[in-house]
Design a protein around this ligand. Sequence first.
Ligand code: GDP
Length: 601
Amino acid sequence: TDAAGSAETDATGLRTPIVAVLGHVDHGKTTLLDTVRGSAVQEGEAGAITQHIGATAVPLDTIGEMAGSLVDPDDFDLPGLLFIDTPGHHSFSTLRSRGGALADIAVLVVDVNDGFQPQTLEALDILKRTETPFVVAANKVDTVPGWNPQGHVPIQQSIDAQSDRAEGDLNDRLYGIIGEMSDNGFSSDMYWRVQDFRANIGVVPVSAKTGEGIPDLLTVLMGLSQRYLKEDMSVDVAGPGAGTVLEVKEERGFGTTIDIVLYDGTISADDTVVVGGKNEPIVTEVRALLQPRPLAEIRTEKQFEKVDSVAAATGIKVAAPDLDDAMAGAPVRVVRDRPVEEVIEAVEAELSQIDVETADNGVVVKADTLGSLEAIANALEEAEVPIVRAEVGDVAPRDVAVASTADEPTHEAILAFNVEVLPDAKQQASDQNIRVFSDDVIYQLVEEYEEYVTGIQEAQQEQVLDKIARPCRFQILKDHTFRQSNPAVVGVEVLSGTLKRNSNVVKWENGDAHRVGQLKTLQDDGEDIDEARTGDRVAASIDGPTVGRQIEEGDELWAELPEKHAKILEQELREELPTDEREALQMYLDKQRKRDPFWGK
Ligand code: GDP
């Protein structure tokens, strides 16, 4: 087999470790990657870096030059580092593949001013779950007040040039980060004090803007890879390729293409490949392998250059028919000299690990990659939210159609992570009252949905409360009989609870509640009112009794509470009741249970 173009793999068959850069938005991931690329180009002239599709390879020699005295290239036999370029968005997939991680190693970027933020925590969570070795880049050290920028130098050299005040200030921030790491279950320290980088995470102070500390970061990444990843890096580079889809993209002249990171073996322009698809694995013939043109030729018409074959680790665009249903985060396998069924099974097996549990009823979930879909499904499972449909892709009209057949209002919802809501879908959702929640932080997305559910439940409880009789104790005032009967009209004071029109009125006699009539109207100062609360004195007309016979001035009366209502109030709505109603309810229950201990149970 021919493995031309395997620039990122040396003769011994050690491949380049793949590095993912993660962190909260605006903490400096893009700037960090640009700086690594830019300074590599400055240091090493042509050939210093190779631009891949979705990734940048920095060879060992260039790292040696950039890191100066910190690195002796003779200490290393790994070929360099391959940085995945699409920071953030694909963290869930770059860190997720075949029972482990696509990225071999990661940089967690944390802004020293901003500290840990939601996406920092999410990144930490995935790092923990995938057991990916990583370092923390404590970024933006140049923003410490009074900082005296030193350019592209090792951090110790820069710190030596700072005032005591600025150095102290920086240390405070770094210890803040170390503290937050510890709060999240990671032991960490300044990288120069770390002996065992697996037991203790190294914190590297850097400025992605000025370049301070970048030599240190590269050195630590190189050292970490060399020490702990070397075995994983020994691969059969000539074997059939294996990789992960980073992005599915429409490309003029090529139709739907996939950008992949190849982490094992070789892919050639005449290979048959199997790609994870939305419904089933896609078996297709590679039509072209495409690389970005070198910088010098970037002005030519064509953006890409065709290559015959590439070997891991590399980022490459694959043009092939039938890729419309390919999913970001899905596996890609080269078939070569193997039965195609075997490869399809391998892809299915890998996909089944990411299979999301769905139920007959629940919410619709859409996400940008398989990895993020899995992460969101985990979060929803923890929150006990069932999922009816989970897919990679933008929110489309058919998602709205599914949501609109939901069994209950809380399921008339679509949760969208890092994807677009297509205009048709937006319109249909608003027409059909389907709520669409969009966010790029998983726990915020889940929280927004949970708040919405709480809102619905409260509204439902209020409706129930409206229909249900409410406990109320009131008393007929002395000398306040305005009419004796048909109906009786008397002044009353509400002792506890809420008195409502149309309630049945009972009086306790010999331990039994006797219905004496029905409360017709309530008036306050001649105005009709619907209800009166504890402490209110109002005029009440009661149909049925005659004052002086069934009821007397000074009598304590109750709004009748049907047993079923009492049960709902006590068992489901107790917490929602105001204190005075709760007290009235308790008194009513106590009275009834003196006669029948199981009343309302
Ligand atoms: P991303 O969202 O994590 O990719 O963050 P960016 O790389 O886009 O950076 C966000 C903002 O922070 C931009 O305005 C950068 O110029 C700025 N920034 C990034 N790194 C540094 C740094 O080391 N120092 C300073 N002063 N600003 C930085």
